[in-house]
Ligand binder design. Structure first.
Ligand code: AMO
Length: 469
């Protein structure tokens, strides 16, 4: 439930339910108008108890047939669950339940004694999924009915946390001098390789949906904006069907001039610590709502342990050795896959960076690592990942800022430099060395909320089989 202490009255209510509940004694006898969803309607005959819930709280409304317009009383008494209702009435203290001798009385509770009201929209019955009573339905049913799923308190809590994570992340970056930018999502050239682009018709020409703000955030920095960040959608035409891949996801990106890979890893770990710190200080009620649900499902609670800095750095070469020693099959030059990450995570269970990947495994814009070679003699890069457990959270790195090297990298990776002149031209007139990263917001939320699937923490996920709702 959200804290609504500062919210102003609107056309439909004088108070939020949260304000009435919090206001308690100070509002006794005062007339309020509240609106919400009908959670339950109880009582037959001449009295009726309506449990009303909005996004900020829940409260009982008490209706007496004698005091009300008969048709209104009947309409509310027969209202289906989740119908929206507005009532006006006076705040009263609920009669305290009897307590046994020696038992301390419970804190006072309040109700609204209704004098008028209106059923705003009747809900169809039966509901496709339970909102307050727990009926186990699959993720697909939940996502098909996300509008109702969101009314469940632990789901609602996850999206409140999502908003908080973005707020605290933004707040931190701004405190380090980053400014927010918005880059185009309709693009002409691939940033992350040409195979997983969604093509689209753009008037008389062809275009694509952006896979990453990569090239544009770099251009912004080359142009002198120094430190930028963007929180925006990225589209990948990947045929994955996993718990952590979507075809549209929100990427939280930064780019900074005069920075290298180590500098931006520092920004990343400070930002994550700030987010965890703030959630631990302000938002534990949201975590409790999630844990209440987890307990009902027999799942371990999640806890917000603020990570200490610096996060461990396990260079790619060392990570390969850890996997080998742990019995995993892997060779230098292979990607580190989830089952390999499990082995690394048994030694480094929290956030950890994997820096210095082989240059051959990184995109054309990544800078090589001077004076160091991999065990096969191949060049190492200034590219890194941030992992938590078996999942990659972030990729990033220092960028190549010399245009001749960039053009060679493009050719080496089978791309045509002619398609990238809009980007490479940005490097021809003096380019500051720079670095950055891109963080998958849903992946970070999985860690914070204990969600086992990114779809849980994405409002309307887009995967191979889902483009609606
Ligand atoms: P990368 O392709 O690794 O790097 O993406 C960055 C982060 O975005 C998340 N992510 C995804 N999340 C959900 N579904 C997907 N299909 C998906 N693909 C990626 C991951 C990943 O770590 N331009 C670089 C970043 C940079 O160097 O600044 C990039 O896009 O959490």
């Amino acid at each position: 439930m959200r804290d609504s202490s500062g919210w102003l009255p609107t056309a439909y209510r004088s108070h939020t339910i949260g304000q009435v509940v919090e206001g308690g004694e100070s509002l006794i006898g005062e007339e309020v108008t509240i609106a919400g969803y009908a959670e339950t309607v109880r009582g037959r005959g001449a009295i009726c108890f309506l449990m009303l819930r909005d996004g900020t709280g829940q409260i009982q409304a008490f209706l007496k047939k004698d005091n009300l317009d008969a048709s209104l009383f009947d309409a509310i008494q027969s209202a289906t669950r989740e119908s929206t209702i507005r009532v006006t009435g006076n705040v009263a203290q609920k009669r305290a339940p009897k307590t046994a001798e020696g038992e301390s009385p419970p804190p006072p509770e309040f109700e609204v004694s209704v004098t008028s009201g209106e059923v705003l929209a009747e809900a169809s019955a039966p509901l496709p999924l339970g909102v307050t009573d727990e009926v186990n339905v699959g993720l697909d049913v939940r996502l098909d009915n996300r509008h109702l799923d969101l009314r469940r308190s632990h789901v609602n809590a996850m999206f409140q946390l999502r908003s908080k994570v973005l707020e605290y992340g933004r707040e931190h970056l701004i405190s380090e001098g980053f400014q927010e930018i918005n880059t185009p999502k309709i693009i002409a050239a691939a940033a992350e390789g040409g195979t997983n682009l969604f093509p689209m018709k753009y008037f008389e020409t062809d275009a694509y949906l952006s896979q990453s703000p990569q090239l544009y955030k770099q251009l912004a920095v080359l142009g002198g904006l120094e430190r930028v960040f963007e929180i925006g959608p990225a589209f990948r035409a990947e045929k994955h069907d996993t718990y952590r891949h979507l075809n549209e996801f929100v990427s939280f990106d930064i780019e900074g001039a005069w920075m290298d890979d180590e500098d931006v890893m520092g920004v990343q770990e400070r930002m994550i610590r700030h987010i965890w710190n703030e959630v631990a200080s302000n938002d534990l009620a949201l975590i409790d709502a999630i844990n209440e649900y987890r307990a009902s499902q027999g799942k371990e609670p999640v806890s917000v342990e603020v990570p200490s800095l610096p996060f461990p750095r396990i260079p790619y070469c060392e990570a390969i050795e850890i996997v080998k020693k742990g019995g995993g099959e892997i060779e230098w030059g292979d990607d580190i896959e989830s089952h390999h990450c499990d082995i690394i995570a048994s030694k480094y269970p929290g956030f950890h960076f994997i820096p210095r990947w082989p240059m051959s495994m990184k995109p054309f814009y990544i800078h090589h690592k001077e004076g160091e070679e991999g065990s096969d003699g191949g060049q190492l890069s200034r590219g890194f990942d941030l992992n938590f457990g078996r999942d990659e959270m972030t990729s990033g790195g220092a960028r190549e800022h010399r245009v001749e090297v960039l053009e060679q990298n493009l050719k080496d990776m089978g791309l045509d430099p002619a398609d990238f002149t809009f980007y490479t031209d940005g490097f021809r007139f003096g380019a500051p060395p720079h670095a950055g990263w891109g963080l998958g917001v849903a992946r970070l939320l999985m860690v914070l909320t204990g969600a086992g699937n990114v779809r849980e923490v994405v409002l309307f996920p887009r995967d191979r089989s889902r483009v609606t709702p």
